[in-house]
Write a protein that binds this ligand. Structure first.
Ligand code: GTP
Ligand code: MG
Length: 171
């Protein structure tokens, strides 16, 4: 079976680990524990084909930012995560995208599978600091496909990994 390295990227506390654990174990962890680096493995089936995903859950906190290029260089595809409760997380998307392109040594995002993931879509409008419309505008501007997820209730978590893997298979 083909084996792909998935990197879960994005700033701190947006839910990268929660998305990963919801995907791997169907569990939601309420408590916030900053990640340094965690790796997981899962087999999925796409169009009757088995695919093995090696998932690298990266550190979002800035004190570990020097590790990013090293991790990103190994990635075959990227879930680039921001969250509805964190305005700087969406502001930082461009910077993360640029770091990925540099690490992969490519010119633009058509050459590397990146899926923009907007997490915490379970939050009500009053708890959101930006709208879906703003996300769609930004995704168009940055030329990235986008999906909304909730690691809390599981919405679109499997879909995000499937969609990214489909992007990788088409590459
Ligand atoms: P770093 O490892 O520091 O980069 O953070 P992270 O991006 O891995 O965030 P983590 O998964 O640890 O989640 C941060 C906090 O947000 C935790 O308290 C989670 O319970 C919460 N959280 C994560 N996903 C969701 C979600 O979909 N909805 C809600 N309401 N809370 C979430
Ligand atoms: Mg984490």
């Amino acid at each position: 079976s083909p084996k792909f390295q998935i990197v879960v990227a994005g700033t701190g506390a947006v839910g990268k680990s929660a998305i990963t654990l919801q995907f791997i174990a169907k569990q939601f962890v309420q408590k916030y524990e900053p990640t340094i680096e965690d790796v997981y493995k899962k087999m999925i089936t796409i169009n009757n084909q088995h695919v093995i995903l090696d998932i690298l859950d990266t550190a979002g906190q800035d004190e570990y930012s020097s590790l990013r290029s090293h991790y990103y260089a190994k990635g075959d595809g990227f879930l680039l995560v921001c969250s509805y409760d964190n305005f700087s997380s969406i502001e930082e998307i461009l910077e993360f995208k640029e770091t990925i392109l540099q690490a992969k040594d490519v010119e633009d995002s058509s050459q590397v599978p990146i899926l923009l993931v907007v997490n915490k879509c379970d939050l009500s409008n009053k708890d959101r600091v930006f709208s879906r419309k703003e996300v769609d505008d930004l995704a168009r501007l940055y030329d990235l496909p986008v999906i909304e997820t909730s690691a809390k209730n599981g919405t679109n978590v499997d879909n995000a990994f499937h969609k990214l893997t489909t992007q990788i298979l088409k590459q």
